[in-house]
Design a protein around this ligand. Sequence first.
Ligand SMILES: Cc1ncccc1N[C@H]1CCCS(=O)(=O)C1
Length: 105
Amino acid sequence: KLAKEMAMCRTVLAELEAHDEAWPFLLPVNTKQFPTYKKIIKSPMDLSTIKKRINEGVYKSKDEFTADMRIIFNNCETFNEDDSPVGKAGHSMRTLFEARWLELN
Ligand SMILES: Cc1ncccc1N[C@H]1CCCS(=O)(=O)C1
């Protein structure tokens, strides 16, 4: 059951990583480039960290995976204007994720 759940997580993660608008989320936000980020965002998260957690067996369920995915998009809304390039990418990637997740569940 967990192996099947993680297979679903890997599938959705791979699809998001391949998306044109995934670029802001592929790696942890560079806090040297964005010095205020650490102060404003209490739980940084990104797609590479989620991939690592799947592969290291950190997640006990798909719900833990979806919780980390949603942290990415919530952090994005907290830090970025909706009409900024990163903000717009965050909204479209969140929509993509939620729609795809519904299809697979
Ligand atoms: C997701 C996010 N939230 C806040 C600030 C920055 C980012 N992402 C960066 C990732 C590296 C390229 S960039 O520096 O243009 C954008």
